[in-house]
Write a protein of this length. Structure first.
Length: 258
């Protein structure tokens, strides 16, 4: 029998933690510790070694951004810590199997530093008005090694806070290991397309797309799709304007929301 997922909740609001704990417990997800600030979150991760951390950004003493850095980029005492930078494409702490995935909890319009948390290795983010179904699905998604990229708001946030460079030489240097097809896949992935949508756009089997994505992550030494999106914007492969145009052209043919 599969062991239940183990989660640490980090939020300075008691009602938020209580509500999330009840939601997760009802779905068979164990809350192994709670924290009211970033320092407590780092200690809770060291002590309990959870699978996933739900991390608020704005907390007293130490905010969630600093706590995320400490958990994912190598602080002594944190499992798997090695000092590597997850956002730089180097092989760092987040490559270790016992390092948890971090999901950032945000109000979006107010949290100006969420991109930095994603760059530090966080696996995505959720709005605090998330539905119970979205919350539990998100935790299960990141635990399997994927990232929270489907919602359009994630793409908007990455676009807003990405530090894009215009140096074409940097583009060539950063993406040189990729084949032309892999560069094409990365560009579409950065626009928020799912594997199924990528397969349809490129007229490929979905298994082939999954192989391309896996090779992109391996060649660029990235942990998940969030980091791939960051690289696509930072290198200039994809721009916010290009993404918005693509989203407008695709809108008439899409059904529902993701």
């Amino acid at each position: 029998m599969t062991e239940p997922l183990r989660v640490v909740l980090a939020d300075d609001q008691t009602l938020v933690r209580t509500g999330f704990r009840l939601i997760l417990g009802a779905d068979g997800i164990d809350v192994v510790a709670e924290a009211v600030n970033g320092a407590e979150a780092v200690e809770a991760v060291r002590r309990t070694r959870p699978d996933v951390v739900l991390m608020d950004v704005r907390m007293p003493e130490m905010d969630g951004l600093e706590a995320t850095r400490r958990i994912l980029t190598g602080v002594p005492g944190v499992p798997g810590g090695s000092g590597g930078s997850a956002g730089s494409g180097s092989s760092g702490a987040t490559d270790a199997p016992d390092v948890p995935r971090v999901i950032i909890l945000t109000t979006f319009d107010l949290d100006q530093y969420v991109y930095a948390a994603l760059s530090a290795g966080a696996s995505g983010f959720l709005l605090k008005d998330v539905t119970p179904e979205q919350l539990t699905a998100a935790i299960r998604t990141v635990r399997t090694g994927d990232a929270l990229l489907a919602p359009a708001i994630t793409r908007r946030l990455v676009q807003r806070f990405t530090r894009r460079g215009s140096d074409a030489a940097a583009l060539h240097r950063d993406l040189a290991p990729l084949t032309p097809r892999e560069v094409e896949v990365l560009g579409l992935l950065a626009q928020g397309l799912s594997n199924a949508e990528l397969a349809a756009r490129l007229h490929l089997a979905e298994t082939t797309v999954k192989t391309h994505v896996a090779r992109i992550l391996a060649k660029l030494r990235l942990r998940d799709r969030v980091q791939a999106v960051i690289v696509a914007y930072e290198t200039g492969l994809v721009s916010a304007g290009a993404h918005e145009a693509a989203e407008r052209s695709a809108r008439p043919t899409r059904t529902g929301t993701r």
